[in-house]
Design a protein around this ligand. Structure first.
Ligand SMILES: Cc1cc2nc3c(=O)[nH]c(=O)nc-3n(C[C@H](O)[C@H](O)[C@H](O)COP(=O)(O)OP(=O)(O)OC[C@H]3O[C@@H](n4cnc5c(N)ncnc54)[C@H](O)[C@@H]3O)c2cc1C
Length: 321
């Protein structure tokens, strides 16, 4: 949106047609686990599924740029903020419905809460999700996982809204799930919900496994500072954290962003870190790992907003050597 009057007009229009909350120039730092990010032009949290669908149709028809937000636990939002509309589905799509070992879950439902509920019901399959923050929608898009499990293992189908095509139920096999990836990362589809298939199990054993995973997280991750989980994907056959530790990134600091002293693949916000501080650490770590090991680390966190290319291309770093 080019100017203040155009923005105000869009906000008025959205308020008049969509039930829910609408914020103008809303700091994204309030909506990300990093507590970092400049303002979104508009952030909308529709109250119902119908209101969300109406909004998506209107945004598409009017050609207004938009993105979906889950719990913002895998995002680094640039200091310049996000131009366009950010749609938060956590109010409109958070229900779940159990039928035997199958559960239909809304895209805005919290994944860790779902895993806790499954454990209480003696349903196995979501133990890996203990302590993974975020929504079901974000977890499907990212194929979130840990401890050898991931969303692809339990997902049967996904309810998608696709611009220009509307609602579709897509079998999981068509989403090309891979290590922290799915086709949804390059498609404009919105995850409204998904059907997951779990297995009957022993509630005590399931809980024990989840407690073990949570305990390991407390020991190995810097959970006392805002962060967005692993910054880089693990390269094939290796761990990004190990490589970053080898090149002495642990404890490295730019502004209030610091490579965790506990886990080198986590960058934490010590207080007032900006996106550019986190990016500077990412660039330094990536350059050192490239120079020492010839391994090019790819970000796992999603870089959102701003108007410049936030990470330098591989070719540039190679030339700079
Ligand atoms: C302490 C900590 C530990 C973590 N540990 C793990 C871990 O062990 N394993 C792991 O995989 N991840 C981990 N993460 C990262 C993160 O929690 C997951 O990637 C999570 O699934 C993201 O969900 P979200 O709702 O926060 O998504 P967001 O961060 O809000 O969004 C992520 C991406 O998904 C898109 N998106 C979100 N919802 C939808 C939707 N409904 N429809 C379409 N697109 C959508 C967004 O546009 C964005 O591109 C961790 C993060 C933290 C902070």
């Amino acid at each position: 949106m080019s100017g203040n009057s155009e923005l105000s007009q869009v906000v008025r229009q959205i308020r008049s047609m969509v039930a829910g909350e609408v914020w103008e120039r809303e700091p994204m730092s309030r909506h990300t686990s990093y507590r970092i990010g400049g303002p979104a032009d508009v952030l909308v949290r529709p109250a119902t599924l119908d209101a969300s669908l109406y909004l998506f149709d209107w945004l598409t028809k009017e050609n207004v740029p938009w993105m979906v937000l889950g719990h913002g636990t895998n995002l680094l939002v640039m200091d310049e903020g996000v131009r366009g509309i950010v749609v938060d589905l956590t109010r409109a799509t958070r229900a779940w419905d159990w039928k035997g070992t199958t559960v239909h879950v809304g895209g805005g439902a919290p994944l860790a809460g779902l895993a806790r509920r499954a454990a209480l019901m003696g349903l196995s399959g979501l133990e890996f999700a203990a302590g993974i923050p975020g929504t079901l929608g974000g977890a499907i898009v990212m194929n979130a996982g840990a401890e050898g499990g991931c969303m692809a293992d339990v997902t049967v189908s996904v309810d998608l809204w696709v611009p220009g095509e509307g609602l579709q139920v897509v079998p999981a096999g068509e989403l090309c799930f891979g290590y922290r990836t799915s086709t949804l990362q390059s498609w404009p589809g919105v995850v409204l919900g998904a059907s997951l298939m779990l297995r009957a199990g022993d509630p005590e054993k399931i809980q024990e496994k989840m407690d073990e995973i949570l305990e390991k997280r407390r020991r190995t991750q810097p959970l006392n500072y805002p962060n967005a989980g692993s910054v880089f994907r693990n390269p094939p056959g290796d761990a990004a954290g190990r490589l970053l530790e080898e090149v002495h990134m642990k404890g490295m600091r730019v502004g209030d962003a610091q490579v965790s002293t506990v886990h080198a693949n986590f960058i934490v916000n010590l207080g007032r870190a900006r996106a550019r501080d986190v990016l500077a650490l990412m660039q330094l770590g990536r350059k050192r790992v490239w120079e020492s090991f010839g391994v090019w680390l790819e970000p796992e966190i999603k870089l959102v907003g701003g108007n410049q290319l936030p990470m330098p291309a591989k070719e540039r770093i190679s030339r700079d050597r």
